[in-house]
Design a protein around this ligand. Structure first.
Ligand code: AMP
Ligand code: GLY
Length: 419
């Protein structure tokens, strides 16, 4: 089969890496791909927002399945666009991708169907939001309604900070139209957990859980990033809590989307907080997580293409998905300055010295035959091991073998799982 993956980050490298193992895959393309994806797939210079060009490429190359990686094109309706051209696509349609694209939509859905989440109110008018906020207590959470490259959430420690966030989002419009509405939400405490599931209507096949590290520095200090490292499984979280999350949050949400006439087909990513009062929803994403995918897919034993095909053919309920007992740890190597501005084009050395890890490229390019940095998150070094301690030791040993000017990584990825 001829497959096209849309996207160009570490997530898409992991998807291509997993698809490449399928004996059914004869041709694998990635648009636009990156310097590492080029070693497993043919990279095509088409950007993820060029729907017309993507459709034309897929038709010209008789692509059997298009797989969509990132959130922006999903929210903008890439699946509907490609399906209208007769293509088969793995990913949610626009009316289901709204579960990530609008926080107000999702909070209303969760409230309507009694699915556990933080208490909240939503606002369209800045004056109303401020008046409500002044009657609340800190800490409190402010969320822009729409997509904001992962930056639209402010966990405010004081009401002043919260009011500034409201002003930035609703008046200064730092996230543009995404700030037309805002959610003000109760602050939840507990461990965070990500559960990604393959979903086809009401059928939910959960993947193994993972935990991300969002802050740029050790001990969760510094600004939020797209994610600085992940691990799976989560040995310190009881299976009963994972099961409860699936039964009380993920399955009811898939069912609710069907009831709303918005059946979800693709990967539904639940960001959960394990509070003293049980698991609660922080957010849903309409796609694989990045860098969750870089630890989840290496543990997948079933052919990923078979799962995608089952989902697009409405046969996911017949799939038996198998996972490895091994643990996986992914350490992100970032550019100096990320998540603010950072240099690009710096040579990366030591990739050939890596011994025990898979190196997923997040932001790299090929220049003069060598690999150079080309993004804020540059590489994700994933190792497997008998347990987290072993996987972690291997991933860090290999992370240290890779060099580029200003390289930054957290040194405490998966540390929580060791105690
Ligand atoms: P999100 O962009 O929705 O993933 O939110 C970013 C991060 O903000 C999450 O990973 C949490 O750490 C934090 N967060 C979001 N909502 C809440 C909440 N209601 N209570 C506490 N922390 C939150
Ligand atoms: N790692 C978080 C995300 O993909 O949204």
């Amino acid at each position: 089969m001829r497959i096209l993956v849309v996207g160009g980050g570490g997530r898409e490298h992991a998807i291509c890496w997993a698809l490449k193992k399928s004996p059914k895959v004869t041709e694998l393309y990635c648009a636009p791909g990156n310097g590492g994806i080029a070693s497993v797939a043919e990279c095509v210079p088409i950007q993820v927002n060029q729907f017309e060009e993507i459709a034309q490429f897929a038709i010209d190359h008789t692509i059997d399945l298009v797989v969509i990686g990132p959130d922006d094109p999903l929210s903008e309706g890439i699946v509907d666009h490609l399906e209208a051209k007769g293509l088969t696509v793995f990913g949610p349609r626009q009316n289901a991708a709204i579960i990530e694209g609008s926080k107000v939509f999702t909070k209303q859905l969760l409230r309507k169907y009694n699915i556990p989440t933080a208490a909240y109110e939503s606002f369209e008018r800045y004056e109303d939001a401020v008046a409500y906020l002044r009657r609340q207590q800190a800490p409190i959470v402010i969320k822009a309604d729409g997509l904001a490259a992962g930056k639209g959430v402010v966990v405010a420690q004081t009401l002043d900070e919260a009011e500034k966030a409201l002003h930035d989002i609703m008046v200064a419009k730092v996230f543009g139209e995404s700030g037309n509405q805002v959610v003000i939400e109760e602050f939840l405490t507990g461990q965070e957990m990500s559960i990604l599931s393959f979903v086809d209507g009401e059928t939910v096949c959960p993947m193994v859980p993972a935990q991300d590290h969002k802050a740029v520095y050790d001990n969760d200090k510094g600004p939020n990033t797209g994610g600085m490292g992940t691990y799976s499984p989560l040995p310190h979280i009881p299976q009963a809590v994972i099961d409860e999350s699936i039964e009380t949050i993920i399955k009811p949400t898939a069912k609710a989307m069907v009831a709303e006439g918005r059946p979800f087909r693709g990967v539904l990513f639940a960001g959960l907080m394990l509070t003293p009062n049980g698991p609660k929803t922080i957010e849903f994403n309409a796609r694989f997580g990045d860098p969750e995918t870089q630890v989840v897919l290496p543990r997948l034993k079933t052919d990923l293409l078979d799962i995608f095909l089952a989902a697009v053919n409405g046969r996911l309920d017949q799939m038996e998905i198998e996972w490895s007992e091994e643990a996986a740890v992914c350490v992100i190597l970032a550019s100096e300055g990320y998540p603010a501005s950072y240099p690009k084009g710096l040579p990366i050395e030591g990739l050939e010295d890596v011994q025990d890890s898979i190196v997923f490229h997040a932001g790299t390019a090929i220049k003069d035959g060598g690999v150079v940095t080309n993004g804020g998150r540059v590489l994700g070094v994933t190792a497997l091991g008998r347990d987290i301690a072993e996987a972690r030791a291997k991933a860090y040993a290999d992370a240290d073998r890779i060099r580029f000017q200003g390289k930054h990584n957290r040194t405490d990825i998966a540390k929580k799982a060791l105690v």
